[in-house]
Design a protein around this ligand. Sequence first.
Ligand code: PLP
Length: 356
Amino acid sequence: MSRMFVPGPVDVADEVLQAQAAPMLPHRSKEFEAIFRRASEKSQQLFYTKQRVFLTASSGTGLQEAAIRNFVHKRVLCVVNGAFADRWYEVAVYNGKEADELAFEWDTPASPDQVADTVKQGGYEALTIVHNETSTGLQNPVKEIAQAVHAIAPNTLILVDAVSSLGGAKIEMDACGIDMLLTSSQKCLALPPGLALGAVSDRAMKKAETVENRGWYFDLIRMEKHRNKDSSPATPAMSLIYALDFQLDRILAEGLDNRFARHSAMAKRVQEWADAHDLSMYAPEGYRSQTVTTIKNDRRISISELNTFLKQREMRIANGYGKLKDRTFRIAHMGETQMDDIEILLETMEEYLQKA
Ligand SMILES: Cc1ncc(COP(=O)(O)O)c(C=O)c1O
């Protein structure tokens, strides 16, 4: 396996790639329906939920759009402190909703009190927030935000993007009272891209029944009718579901708490390394991602040259995202990545820094 320290698509274990190679079945067959049900039921453990988990043949953005189309009749508040939160806001605008943005600086976590106050004043049906901003390596205090919003505006639905954290950092859907929690296959689940997973609460499903123009492909009411028969309205991404079924066994065998501890230890190691090399973190202490670390490029390293050097050793890291390009760089430590891989990366980066 190569070593890709980029925040998705990540390296996929050979045996998981192999799981995709199982022969096709008719998707409306008892054999495939059993696999579909198994994968969807096992996924509930990842989300810490008893609620339904939809598996869609799309990337995560598809479910950002599904959330807007199904749960927002008119007014939605989008909390924005990074590029993917901004995308969700755009998705709402492009779907013709009255979307308001509650913006924070990209290096600032969303404040629970400010979010709750804004929700109360605006009378929003739903709010969107990103748990783990892949563009900044900042983790928002989603649990505290959900609590504050429940206390002040109990009818507002809470829609959370955990695309780059679910399966790598603990986020408990039911305990937090989240109404939709969504992720993509190509990040902490260490699967190929093309599958999205979204868990949805009963009350959100009730709301969806009242929302017009939910579209067709991502109409969750239609999807639910099929899901109840272990199926989907359109042809599912079968090979990816084979791989998900297999990978969930590997993830659950590792143990979720062990998996989170592995991710957190790698994050800590990268932070310590940066500190020892006069490089500072982009996200403030207490709000740093467990799955991707964003480091300020205080030493003005040429990220493209560094990556050229790393690629000769079959490794690569990620430049800063969008406006943070070259001002920051990102080291992802998610999915299959182990501490030994991180040690090799850091040693190689050290070698480059000494040469440069
Ligand atoms: C936090 C976050 N949300 C949403 C997305 C979009 O997901 P996808 O590329 O699976 O559509 C990404 C992609 O990197 C992401 O990191």
